[in-house]
Structure formats: structure tokens, C-alpha cells
Write a protein that binds this ligand. Structure first.
Ligand code: AMO
Length: 429
């Protein structure tokens, strides 16, 4: 039976392990192989005069990143990683790696992001890179857990669609037989339709596609969105679910990912406290203007403005009461002051993580808002019909999974938080 490398201790006596050769050091009479599996690194020590000719031949043929298996005695030694070493009785190369390697897995030679992504299968072998995806996995598990525990039903909505959601731009067109179709930008319209169907609370974790031309450190053309929608709820109800979901995810990672956090050097990992502070859009533009990034009512927040406000706030926070003109047609305006609406953004000091709102569930008002954005209601018939036959008031949000992981782990580039990122210049691998 193979045992995980982290479980190899002198107490097990004899061990059978398999993994990749992380490093090889030849000291004449002695060869050291550092063997890595998903759980850790083990030193295999080969005293040339004491091992069998088969072991010697295999070691001679072994190259870095080859997959090997070996079996032998485990001994305590202070000099090796984890304070133990294995002296092989058998050692076999299962899959020999060619030389030279296209990328250095031991991270002694830093590589450009493009080289790393071109050779992502090798890049992902780095313990630090792997740790990011262990944490991403824990994060999404925690999000699902929290939402299931709070009576949300997980759903899957189509990714091949006939209409835009986020304003009619940034769509990838698709060859769909003899019809016009696109890759979906957001499950927005579908999660709202499900409110009319009586689901009450739904969530989806799935891909969203945005044909954004710009290439930045925080945008992808294919991202993962965590979406919720809830009935008989307003924007404040949605914000509470959001802050609790995010802090639950942080707590879960803190409790379950200690090794991965250590690998990433995040020894001071803090769970954000709830509730997150709320400031209005007007307060946000005042802070930005006072901080040297002048904004007027109606402006979107620039990256520079987000930075100024984020520095002032110093924690996760919400921006509420947005100008109606700056938000999508499905947002509910305040009844007594329709120039502002029940929308919010949830911000990390570095960037926006989520947008949400109470939605407009009033059919004639929704038609009017679609028209006022220069869109044709006929294109939204499938979405609008549910509003004619009994639609409860509802609210929801979309939270970018990559931005959540990126900010949680203080990563500089959003591409670090995706296995195989899709950006302006990359569709492969
Ligand atoms: P929005 O367009 O603000 O809102 O998207 C919600 C969140 O999704 C993430 N995100 C992205 N992440 C990486 N690259 C991208 N190109 C990208 N685009 C979006 C961000 C963002 O905050 N339908 C609304 C949500 C709602 O109201 O329920 C929507 O899609 O973290």
C-alpha cells in the first residue's frame, strides 16, 4: 500500500511511496532524491555501496520531475526535511521526465506568468501554487455549505443564451445552428425567473463569460461567479447573507487549511468581522474626492478611486444607494428618490468583490427601465413573462470566486487563482 509522504515517519518503519523527483543531489558515495507528492516532500537517501544494482541503475537514469515509486526503511535524521529519510530496497521509474524541463518546479528560477501558464501542468506541481487551489476548493465548499445551511437550493442555469444581461455589451457570440446565441455573462435573468417559480432561495456557482477587451490583473474573460437570489427580501437581507458567506469562507479556510496557508507564508491570516461597514455612494465619492480622485454623482468608481476609498476603510465594506443611471435595468430604484437605487457593491480594500441589489419586480417599471437603457423589451420576453404572473419582491448578488481567492491570499494577479485562465490573449491550454 502506498502511503502519503506526510505520513512517513520513523514510527512506520517500512514505507512504500510514490511521487515526483523534486531535486537530485549526487555527493559521490551518496545520492539524495527529494520525492514530492501532493502531501509533502521526503528525502530518499541512496548509499551507493549498500543498495541493489537495480536501485542504482534506476537512480542513474532518474531525472528531475520523473515519477518514481520506492520502498524501504524509514529512519530518523535531523538533516532531512521532516526529520526522516527513506533508504530504498526497491526503486523504480514509472514515468521518466525528459530534459531540460520547460519550467523549474523547485522555484529556484522565477518564471514569467506567460511561461508558467504555457506550462501550467508543471507550474501546478509547485507546492505554493497547489496550495492556492486547495484553498480555492475549501472556499467554494464553505460557500456552498453556508448557503445550503441557510436553505438555498443549488441550481444550474444555461450558459448558451439569447440575450445580454449586463447592459448589452461584452458578449461572446456563438454559432448556434441558424439562431443568434451568446455565452452567458451572468445567471442574472434565470435566477430572477426562478423567484417567480417559487424556489425562494437559489444559488449557483458557475462560469460567466465577458468579452472584455482589456487585459488587467483583475479581469478574466471566463470567470467563476457565486450567485444568489432570494425572495421576499430587500438589499439589506442580501448584504447580510453576503457578509456572512464571505466571513464563513474565511473562517473555514482558517480552520481547515493551516498547511496551505503556511506554504503560502500567510501566518497572520485574519477572518473579517461582520457586519462590514456600509457607506453610501455619495459618501464614497466624497472620500475619493477628498483623497485626490475627484468624482461627481453618476460616475463609476475608477480603480484609483477604489484604492483611495479602500485605504480609508481598511476592511471589507459595502457601498450602497447607487445612482440608478449607473446600475443595470433590473435594479429597484428607491420609491421616494428614484435617482438612487437599492444596489450595493461589496468591496475588499483592494477591489470590488461583489455586486447586488433588490430587483425591480414591478412589470411596468421594469419595461420602462429596459427602454431607458436603450434596450428592446421584445428581446427579453422570456425573462419578462414571469413578472406578469406573480413575482415576489427579491434581491441577490454575484460574487467573483477568483477575486475572493485572490484578495484572501493577497495574490497580485487574478490568473493565479484559476487553473487555466482565459484572458485577451489566452485560450490555451
Ligand atoms: P457584476 O458584473 O458586477 O454583477 O459581477 C459580479 C462579480 O463577478 C466578478 N466578475 C469578474 N471577475 C473576474 N473577471 C471578470 N471579467 C469579472 N466580471 C465580473 C466580480 C464582480 O464583482 N448580475 C450581477 C450580479 C447581481 O446583481 O446579482 C453581475 O453580474 O467579482
Amino acid at each position: 500500500m502506498l502511503i502519503p509522504i506526510k505520513d512517513v515517519t520513523p514510527a512506520v518503519g517500512h514505507a512504500h511511496i510514490a511521487g515526483w523527483i523534486h531535486e537530485e543531489r549526487d555527493l559521490g558515495g551518496l545520492t539524495f532524491l527529494l520525492v514530492r507528492d501532493r502531501t509533502g516532500i521526503l528525502q530518499v537517501t541512496i548509499p551507493k555501496k549498500k543498495v541493489t544494482p537495480d536501485v542504482l541503475a534506476a537512480v542513474k537514469d532518474a531525472t528531475r520531475e520523473s515519477v518514481i515509486e520506492c520502498e524501504g526503511e524509514v529512519k530518523a535524521t535531523e538533516k532531512a526535511p521532516g526529520g526522516r529519510e527513506l533508504i530504498p530496497e526497491t526503486l523504480r521509474i514509472i514515468s521518466r521526465a525528459e530534459t531540460p524541463l520547460p519550467l523549474d518546479v523547485s522555484e529556484k528560477v522565477p518564471a514569467e506568468m506567460d511561461t508558467r501558464l504555457d506550462n501550467r501542468y508543471l507550474d501546478l506541481r509547485k507546492p505554493r501554487v497547489n496550495a492556492i487551489f486547495q484553498i480555492r476548493n475549501a472556499c467554494l465548499r464553505a460557500v456552498s455549505e453556508y448557503l445550503w445551511d441557510n436553505k438555498f437550493t443549488q441550481v444550474q442555469t444555461p450558459k448558451i443564451v439569447a440575450a445580454a444581461t449586463e447592459g448589452g455589451t461584452e458578449l461572446f457570440p456563438l454559432a448556434y445552428f441558424d439562431q443568434e446565441a451568446f455565452l452567458n455573462q451572468s445567471p442574472q435573468l434565470f435566477k430572477q425567473m426562478l423567484m417567480s417559480s417559487g424556489f425562494d432561495r437559489v444559488f449557483e456557482i458557475g462560469p460567466i463569460f465577458r468579452a472584455e477587451e482589456h487585459n488587467t490583473l483583475r479581469h478574466l474573460n471566463e470567470a467563476t461567479s457565486i450567485d444568489i437570489e432570494m425572495s421576499f427580501a430587500n438589499e439589506e437581507d442580501a448584504m447580510q447573507i453576503l457578509e456572512n458567506t464571505v466571513s464563513y469562507a474565511y473562517k473555514y479556510v482558517a480552520d481547515h487549511c493551516a498547511d496551505a496557508l503556511t506554504t503560502l507564508g500567510l501566518t497572520n491570516f485574519k477572518v473579517p468581522t461582520v457586519p462590514f461597514p456600509r457607506i453610501t455612494y455619495r459618501e464614497a465619492i466624497e472620500i475619493s474626492t477628498a483623497g485626490g480622485e475627484p468624482l461627481v454623482f453618476g460616475d463609476d468608481l475608477s480603480t484609483a478611486a477604489e484604492r483611495v476609498i479602500g485605504e480609508k476603510m481598511g476592511t471589507m465594506y459595502f457601498i450602497t444607494e447607487w445612482p440608478t443611471s449607473a446600475r443595470p435595468f433590473y435594479t429597484m430604484p428607491f420609491e421616494d428618490r428614484p435617482e438612487v437605487c437599492r444596489a450595493f457593491d461589496m468591496m475588499h480594500p483592494r477591489m470590488e468583490l461583489s455586486s447586488g441589489a433588490q430587483r425591480c419586480h414591478i412589470y411596468p417599471l421594469l419595461i420602462q427601465q429596459i427602454k431607458s437603457k436603450g434596450l428592446n423589451p421584445d428581446a427579453f420576453e422570456f425573462y419578462l413573462n414571469p413578472f406578469r404572473y406573480g413575482m415576489p419582491p427579491h434581491a441577490g448578488w454575484g460574487l467573483g470566486a477568483e477575486r475572493l481567492v485572490m484578495t484572501m491570499l493577497d495574490l497580485n494577479n487574478i490568473r493565479e487563482a484559476v487553473l487555466f485562465p482565459r484572458d485577451r490573449h489566452r485560450v490555451s491550454p
